[in-house]
Design a protein around this ligand. Structure first.
Ligand SMILES: Cc1cc2nc3c(=O)[nH]c(=O)nc-3n(C[C@H](O)[C@H](O)[C@H](O)COP(=O)(O)OP(=O)(O)OC[C@H]3O[C@@H](n4cnc5c(N)ncnc54)[C@H](O)[C@@H]3O)c2cc1C
Length: 346
């Protein structure tokens, strides 16, 4: 069979327009049902996260970062879903060649969507002193017991890529079908924002994974990667656009729009440099902390500019303000959370 040919580079202009058109539907029903996920696959962006030998187009980190900024400025729900899909793909990319060749080419086409449930290894339930999800190897088979507290799109995807603690104190990674016996998906959480991401807790009772990924992902699993900052920059741009629109009728707002435009452009430049040249963990956390502060401030400025109208449910700015708060809790390194709390108290 001939490999699928994807637009390369991805057609981001057309994708951004489609995501804008579908944004309200995606925020409500999720991008799998609105057509936004399919449009993202069609644009060639999903293939960009996958190596050429696995059926993708292997975009550079800088190109991926740029694409995430562009799509999150139009639809944060779809951007979140894409990052969780991409985190699953990143872990899958360290699987054996036969697993990669079975799973990655369909994923590049947007088929059989996947998602990730790994926060129990990084940020969730860490204070409890025992793994929330435990992997046991007996009789040559793995079984999983416990909980993934956060899984975006658990009820809208075919597989979950997850990680669990082992009896030896290590970590092991697996692919689990969402209809596996013993797996229960809670109803999507009622959240402050990003309801369309259909994020649920997933329970495991003696679940047999489809695939055990013997080699852990290169660099391990981590929080606060550049993609999370890219989404914050995109979300900040969406609020800036709302301020600029208000400024068309009220010239006094033009200076505010200009100031935020400069600040977002500076942060964007730092992000692009980090994606191109690499960045140390402390610099990466600083970037994320600055992006968190900016996205919250610019959303509040957009609300102030749009006045009471922006406070009414259904107004774009009302959604942007709620979505800006997501960055305070999502994949947020402890150092970033501590710095933000410190800023708030000073
Ligand atoms: C919309 C959304 C979608 C997400 N999607 C995914 C996804 O698809 N995949 C994924 O892997 N992750 C996902 N996440 C998870 C995210 O990356 C973080 O892991 C998560 O937000 C961390 O919050 P938590 O409540 O689980 O943290 P926890 O640390 O578990 O905190 C929970 C509660 O425990 C208490 N607590 C915390 N620390 C202590 C302590 N030291 N001592 C005593 N009590 C304490 C506090 O009361 C706190 O409210 C998502 C998050 C959001 C908001």
């Amino acid at each position: 069979m001939n490999p699928t040919v994807f637009p390369h580079p991805p057609d981001l202009g057309a994708l951004a327009d489609t995501l804008s058109t579908l944004a309200a539907q995606s925020a409500e029903q999720g991008p799998w049902r609105s057509g936004a996920f399919e449009a993202t696959a069609r644009s060639g962006l999903l293939a960009g996260f996958i190596a050429k030998e696995d059926g993708g187009t292997a975009l550079s980190d800088a190109a991926i970062t740029e694409a995430l900024v562009a799509i999150s400025a139009r639809c944060l729900t779809t951007a979140l879903v894409v990052t969780q899909w991409a985190a699953a793909v990143r872990i899958l990319s360290s699987a054996t060649a036969d697993v990669r060749s079975a799973m990655l080419p369909p994923l590049a086409r947007g088929a059989d969507p996947t998602t990730v449930g790994i926060s129990q290894l990084t940020t969730s339930r860490r204070h409890l002193g025992r793994p929330a999800l435990v992997a046991t190897h007996t009789g040559g088979e793995w079984r999983l017991d416990g909980l993934c507290p956060w899984v975006t799109g658990a009820d809208s995807t075919r597989t979950i890529v997850t990680g669990a603690g082992t009896a030896e104190g290590g970590q092991a990674f697996f692919v689990v079908p969402t209809d596996a016996p013993g797996l229960t998906i809670d109803p999507p959480l009622a959240m402050l924002a990003l309801h369309g991401s259909r994020t649920s807790a997933v329970h495991f009772a003696g679940v047999r994974p489809l695939v055990a990924i013997a080699t852990p992902p290169a660099g391990g699993v981590r929080t606060g990667g550049l993609s999370t900052t890219a989404l914050a920059v995109g979300a900040a741009r969406a609020s800036l656009t709302a301020i600029a629109k208000e400024a068309e009728a009220r010239p006094t707002l033009a200076a505010v729009a200009d100031d935020f435009s400069t600040e977002i452009a500076n942060l964007h430049d730092r992000l692009t440099a980090a994606a191109t040249d690499g960045i140390e963990p402390s610099g990466r956390d600083r970037l994320r902390a600055d992006a968190n502060g900016l996205v919250v401030r610019v959303a509040q400025a957009a609300l102030t500019a749009s006045k009471g109208a922006g406070f009414v449910t259904g107004h774009l700015v009302e959604r942007l303000v709620r979505e800006s708060l997501f960055f305070l809790v999502w994949s947020c390194p402890q150092a970033v959370a501590d710095a933000f709390l410190c800023d708030l108290t000073s």
